[in-house]
Design a protein. Structure first.
Ligand SMILES: Nc1ncnc2c1ncn2[C@@H]1O[C@H](COP(=O)(O)OP(=O)(O)OP(=O)(O)O)[C@@H](O)[C@H]1O
Length: 291
């Protein structure tokens, strides 16, 4: 894997390796990079190289979805023994004599993706365990993340997948514009953003993206087109608009049958109308329309 790395990735690996072998005194590193720029690949390569040289390495990430991409990755809630919800003055439940406490003490290098929260807790914990009054108890930490990204909401989808969905490789100019938004470079003092010419939708967004495809019955293209929103409520609203554009001839409507099963009191509380209005992530909506 190391041979395939680019220069920036190799530099990160080299710096952390030097720290772990005592060749440098630097202990803290931060790897910043936009989605898909190769951070996970770097952590994974580093993990293998450090392990091969006999070092003990712990990997963690704030979200489960990022943690499962790391070798032996844990969520930081699990790794640090944190309670939910998390506050800045929350404390780790790990004690010095616990198995986890001993493991942390023995760990040479911590690799932590999405290290945006809980850093103070980690600092307090490592100072307590090592009894060394230095930042993070003098342990080596490679922190990383991307301040430009919203956390992933697509189930089982990696960030790279989400980014790939929205930015095709040939749309470099648009991708660069998105990065600038993330970096706060194109916002004015009121956080308004002016779109460059050619990026604005003059008419209706749904019409613009799906209207002509549906009119030409290019349904395969419809299935591979997407408009991304930050909120599920907006996605639901947009889906309705797209479905309304579909031809209604031969349309069938399938409705769910929703009932609260146990107890009259519960049935009064959870009325059928209320249950119909719910739209949990893993279930289809109450009214499902198909051709
Ligand atoms: N040096 C490399 N050689 C070959 N493939 C690479 C290299 N670096 C990254 N990749 C590939 O590029 C893709 C994106 O990399 P990766 O998942 O590490 O990015 P990331 O910065 O962690 O992204 P995100 O922040 O979205 O999780 C992956 O498929 C990864 O295997």
């Amino acid at each position: 894997m190391f041979n395939t790395m680019n220069d920036a990735q190799k530099e990160v690996i080299k710096k952390v390796q030097d720290a772990s072998s005592g060749e440098s005194n630097q202990k803290l590193f931060y790897l910043d990079g936009p989605g898909g720029s190769g951070k996970t690949y770097t952590y994974t390569t580093l993990w293998h190289l450090l392990r091969a040289s006999g070092k003990k390495v712990a990997t963690m990430a704030f979200t489960g979805i990022a943690a499962i991409l790391l070798p032996e990755g844990k969520t930081c809630h699990k790794a640090l023994g944190l309670t939910v919800p998390l506050y800045s003055d929350s404390n780790s439940t790990i004690t010095p004599n616990s198995k986890q406490g001993k493991k942390f003490l023995e760990t040479d290098v911590f690799i932590w993706d999405e290290a945006l929260m809980a850093l103070e807790i980690m600092d307090r914990l490592l100072r307590d365990l090592t009894k060394i009054d230095e930042l993070f108890g003098g342990k080596i930490l490679l922190l990383g993340g991307d301040f430009r990204q919203l956390l992933p909401v697509r189930k089982n989808g990696t960030r790279a997948e989400c980014v790939n969905l929205s930015i095709k490789n040939n749309e470099v100019e648009f991708a660069e514009f998105l990065l600038k938004i993330g970096e706060g470079k194109v916002n004015d003092s009121n956080d308004n953003i002016e779109f460059p010419e050619g990026f604005e939708v003059e008419t209706d967004l749904v019409e613009e993206v799906f209207g002509h495809l549906i009119a030409q019955e290019r349904f395969e293209d419809v299935a591979t087109s997407a408009i991304l929103f930050a909120r599920n409520a907006d996605v639901d609203e947009l889906n309705k608009q797209v479905v309304n554009l579909l031809p209604s001839e031969g349309e069938k409507k399938y409705s769910s049958v929703d009932n609260a099963l146990d107890g009259e009191a519960l049935q009064e509380l959870l009325t059928q109308e209320y249950l119909n209005s719910l739209n949990p992530a893993s279930l289809p909506p109450h009214d499902r329309r198909s051709l």
